[in-house]
Design a protein around this ligand. Structure first.
Ligand SMILES: [Zn+2]
Length: 263
């Protein structure tokens, strides 16, 4: 009996994560278009028909409607349910890694909530940058607020490390952009300054390293496949966001593994 309740608890957490990221889909869609994301009904981007509750159940509505709008039949991007799934996975993962879990039951604590909100900001940044090649300042600010709020709850990342973190990646990116105009966007630089506060300098470096390696491989692929010209740009924000998400969960383990070779 207890076992079933425990499983139910985690399923509820998963559903909560999906619902929260369903709201994030709205943010990703509306913020670049300067539509308020707080008020107003959700609507189909094709026919502008307002959506009913049954059209907005995370993941299930998409599956039930077979990926098409109920009213006009326009294809719905699979990105919406994928972002929702990501939300469910993030919620469970944050609780599992940072939560106060005893015998499978979790109790309220601030740490997993903060990391979950940080991941939500990173997800919004990644997709908005992908769509528009811009990172909204509001999201940079939200990342900085997560960083400030995290100071008392993650004492293992010292204040000194956090302050150095603000500059450790952002300043090199800024210098490179001054030397090679357009190397990185202003949004990337501001984002890394804000996130340095939550990650500290070690994890910031790791995140930037992961982003440069994966982004570099992607850039080479684009050149090889002749999808882009040498002069063209692609959004680097998503690579930074993935790098930071990996660093949040596995950063300490990766650094420990890496330094075990050196020392
Ligand atoms: Zn429609």
């Amino acid at each position: 009996m207890i076992q079933i309740l425990v499983i139910l608890l985690w399923i509820l957490l998963f559903i909560f994560g999906m619902c929260f990221f369903s709201f994030l889909n709205v943010v990703i869609y509306r913020v670049p278009k300067k539509i308020s994301f707080a008020g107003g009904r959700s609507f189909c981007p094709s026919c502008k028909n307002p959506l009913k509750g049954r059209d907005m159940v995370p993941v299930f509505s998409y599956l039930f409607l077979r990926g098409r709008c109920r009213y006009c039949g326009a294809k719905i991007s699979p990105r919406y349910p994928l972002v929702e799934l990501l939300g469910g996975i993030s919620a469970v993962f944050c609780m599992y890694c940072f939560g106060n879990v005893t015998d499978g039951v979790f109790h309220f604590s601030v740490q997993p909530v903060l990391i979950f909100l940080f991941l939500a900001v990173l997800t919004a940044v990644a997709f908005i940058d992908l769509d528009t090649m811009e990172i909204p300042n509001g999201l940079v600010l939200a990342a900085a607020v997560c960083g400030l709020a995290s100071i008392p709850f993650f004492p293992e990342i010292s204040l000194t490390s956090r302050i150095i973190g603000i500059f450790s990646v952002s300043v090199p990116l800024l210098v490179m952009t001054l030397l090679i105009p357009g190397a990185f966007g202003g949004g990337d630089i501001k984002l890394m300054a804000a996130c340095g506060l939550i990650l500290g300098w070690q994890l910031s470096y790791l995140a930037a390293f992961l982003a440069i390696v994966t982004g570099g491989i992607y850039g080479i692929y684009l050149l090889a496949a002749r999808k882009k010209d040498r002069k063209d740009h692609f959004a680097f924000g998503p690579f930074l966001c993935v790098g930071m998400a990996v660093s949040v969960f596995w950063g300490q383990a990766i650094l420990k593994w890496y330094f075990s070779f050196i020392i």
